[in-house]
Design a protein around this ligand. Structure first.
Ligand code: HEC
Ligand code: HEC
Length: 337
């Protein structure tokens, strides 16, 4: 999230990450084709902006020193502060314990974690929830980003991991692992969804209000795009999922697919996460963004997560169809965090 709040008129930034999908062919019996993976990237891999063909001519832009507020907060930030990765807007400081310096302001050249993950660690479809992830898992993933064992679609997190010093990493990991993810997301089964474009790394409804079939997709929208753009972490999201997917996903989580082992056997009975001593740390999945979950399942499949702890997941995803991934992600996202 968060590189520019200043609207960029009609730029489509569509970089198909799947141009290197040759990795998929080296995994055992991949059930999804390359075409399927390209199709899933189109909705599950957030892009900064894409154009809304129905948008009116660009409204006048605010000046960078314009003061911005959100309802219920006494604080204010300038537009340029909101666009900076060295400031995490902390609209509601009483919603979380005091955050370490690196979380709110970064330490140059490392950016503020909260600028993308929010000060309360709730994250979003793009940046991942950090609230409540085990400390050892956070440290393991930062090391994997640094070593190139985990290759994110957008290189900024890998850059951040390399710029972060170990003392700040310890403090940030301590802080985020002690937070609890608030219930900020509704997951709703539906046959049709608003037609959307990308706005600041989230799906935003097109101006004309058009609707289209959901198909085999998850479309996650902020409850208020304007407040989301300002980094208001109380805004929340709604994730639209295919009808029946939550129920189908519940069966996969609890009973497997026949081919794929049961998610709950590693991620815990209510998908709250578990330490699989010696094998890896299975992070919590309950209440997290279902779009993020599908994105990560695809990244395991493409061989972009290769740290030793990812081995069980690489085996798991080689046995899941895309539809099963969507179903189980819908279910996990619908659980109370
Ligand atoms: C510029 C935005 C940005 C900033 C700043 C940022 N992150 Fe991230 N982070 C991301 C994105 C995007 C991802 C998801 C990568 C992917 O797609 O797999 C991510 C993923 C992660 C993950 C993996 C989570 C998981 O569930 O596996 C961890 C841990 C993490 N970030 C920690 C941090 C910490 C600690 C900081 C501050 C020192 C930080 N991040 C700063 C964008 C950011
Ligand atoms: C054999 C144990 C095992 C099983 C079964 C398993 N997982 Fe995992 N899962 C893990 C481990 C370990 C990790 C951490 C990977 C790492 O260290 O990179 C993980 C990570 C993940 C992640 C990445 C989360 C993040 O924060 O980035 C997702 C998503 C996930 N699992 C979903 C699932 C789903 C859905 C199922 C069932 C279809 C499942 N897992 C079954 C062990 C398992």
């Amino acid at each position: 999230m968060k590189t520019s709040l200043l609207p960029i008129a009609g730029i489509a930034v569509l970089i198909p990450f799947a141009t290197g999908v040759s990795h998929a062919a080296t995994l055992p019996a991949p059930p999804s084709s390359t075409a399927e993976i390209v199709a899933v990237e189109a909705w599950a891999f957030p892009q900064e902006q894409s154009s809304d063909p129905s948008a009116p001519v660009q409204a006048q832009q605010s000046a960078p020193n314009a003061t911005m507020r959100v309802p219920g907060s006494t604080r204010s930030y300038t537009l340029s502060e909101l666009g900076s990765n060295f400031v995490a807007p902390d609209w509601f400081p009483r919603d979380h314990p005091p955050a370490p310096h690196v979380v709110l302001f970064g330490r140059k050249p490392a950016w503020a974690c909260g600028a993308c993950h929010y000060p309360n660690g709730e994250g979003d479809a793009d940046s991942a929830t950090l609230a409540g992830l085990p400390k050892a898992y956070i440290i393991e993933q930062i090391k994997a980003f640094r070593d190139g064992q985990r290759i994110p679609p957008d290189p900024s997190m890998a850059e951040e991991a390399r710029n972060l010093d170990d003392a700040d990493l310890q403090q940030a990991a301590d802080y985020f692992s002690n937070l609890k993810l608030p219930p900020i997301r509704r997951v709703v089964g539906t046959a049709t969804v608003p037609r959307t474009h990308w706005d600041n790394f989230v799906h935003a409804p097109d101006h004309d209000g058009a609707r289209e079939p959901i198909g085999e997709r998850i479309i996650e929208i902020s409850n208020d795009q304007k407040l989301y753009d300002r980094g208001d972490e109380r805004t929340g999201f709604v994730a639209y999922v295919p009808p029946g997917s939550i129920e189908a996903g519940a069966k996969i989580a609890a009973a497997g697919t026949g081919a794929a082992p049961v998610c709950e056997s590693c991620h815990g009975a209510s998908l709250q996460g578990a330490d699989l001593a010696g094998i890896g740390i299975a992070p919590p999945l309950a209440g997290r963004s279902p779009t993020y979950i599908v994105k990560e399942l695809i990244l395991f499949r493409l061989g972009k997560r290769n740290n030793p702890g990812a081995a069980p997941m690489r085996a798991e995803v080689s046995r899941l169809t895309l539809k099963e991934m969507i179903n189980v992600a819908a279910y996990a996202g619908s659980r109370r965090p």
